[in-house]
Design a binder for this molecule. Structure first.
Ligand code: ATP
Length: 325
């Protein structure tokens, strides 16, 4: 079986305590995750990400819908299904603050029924990978937030479960530590071949680590696609063309007649044309006209789009530029 997680028609409505107002947090969400896949679960604040993650790891009961993990329904056979999942929710809360780094690792290994001696090399390996070896005898409440976050992920790795759920793994970390956690996650993906679901507002993390993304807005899935497809789909069809010599005013008028979206920036050294293509082959028409006008082209640059811009466009409901083509 290829799919390790299958979420089908999931629904969850909350009742606000004071007003009794109903909030449809998750409204018929379906998606699946393949073994070994790294999925980014995204959405603006209040979209329903945390509710979805909590239902997957059995902390919240859905009103409707099913979740299967490795083919096991997580409501019918909760404990069996959850054996396959480790989660790091709300950063460092799954740690024991009055135990040391090492004691936390030992404790969670003990939960798996493995002897301290047998698991020691694996713990050493993880502490080294996560750059926590020098802190192994430090109490968790004395660690920085970034170190606690790293330890929480290391503990999740120790469980050797097939799936790891990470809710906002870089939230509140400084740039340097955020980068370190990102590197560690990339290492996990490369070295350990786990299935990972990451929810994050940090688009660099998502673009860097995930292969596919499910974007949720107002409790429903608005996009489920590979990140490279989305980047291609939303690529801005705008080009900047640097010319070898300036255009005469007659040439400018002629070009504008043919290409209404064209803008010309005269510069004696590097005059440029900018164009938003209405059709894919329009660029060839432009070159043809420049050729007949004996205007040399020095360079052509395509504007690129980053994943954060793609995310914003999707959440705002903008169509991909390819729809124009
Ligand atoms: N226990 C609760 N009681 C009432 N409403 C809730 C409860 N938990 C979440 N909600 C509401 O459900 C909606 C979805 O919340 P959820 O935390 O799942 O979103 P999220 O995508 O994780 O948001 P964020 O990015 O801000 O963490 C929001 O409108 C939220 O206010």
């Amino acid at each position: 079986m290829d799919e390790i997680i299958q979420v089908t028609n999931l629904k969850k409505t909350y009742k606000k305590r004071k007003t009794n107002e109903l909030v449809k947090a998750v409204n018929n969400i379906s998606f699946s995750v393949k073994k070994g896949e790294i999925l980014g679960l995204l959405g603006p604040n209040g979209a329903g990400k945390t509710s979805t993650i909590k239902m997957i790891c059995g902390l919240l009961k859905p009103d409707e819908g099913t979740i299967t993990i490795n083919g096991i329904n997580n409501q019918d056979k909760r404990l069996k299904a959850l054996q396959h999942i480790s989660s790091v929710l709300e950063g460092n809360r799954n740690l024991y603050w009055r135990l040391t780094v090492r004691e936390n690792m030992d404790y969670f290994a003990g939960n798996r029924g493995i002897s301290r001696k047998a698991v020691a090399p694996q713990i050493d390996d993880l502490l080294t990978k996560f750059n926590l070896k020098q802190k192994e005898h430090e109490l968790v409440n004395r660690l920085s937030r970034g170190m606690q976050q790293k330890l929480a992920i290391a503990v999740a790795m120790l469980a050797e479960s097939d799936v790891i759920l990470l809710d906002e793994p870089t939230l509140g970390l400084d740039v340097e530590t955020g980068y370190e956690v990102r590197e560690i996650l990339r290492g996990i993906v490369k070295d350990y071949n786990r299935t990972i679901i990451i929810s994050s507002h940090d688009m660099d993390v998502i673009q860097d680590i995930c292969e596919r993304t499910v974007i949720i807005n107002n409790g429903t899935v608005v996009t489920d696609d590979r990140i490279e497809n989305l980047l291609r789909l939303f690529a801005v069809k705008s080009y900047t063309i640097t010319l070898g010599k300036p255009l005469t005013s007659q040439q400018q008028t002629k070009l504008l007649q043919f290409f209404p979206t064209l803008t010309y920036t005269p510069d004696t050294h590097h005059p440029t044309l900018e164009i938003d293509l209405q059709r894919d082959d329009e660029i060839y028409d432009l070159f043809e006209v420049l050729k007949t006008e004996s205007t040399p082209v020095e360079s052509i640059d395509r504007k690129t789009v980053n994943f954060e811009q793609v995310f914003m466009k999707i959440v705002k409901g903008e169509a991909a530029d390819h729809a124009l083509a």
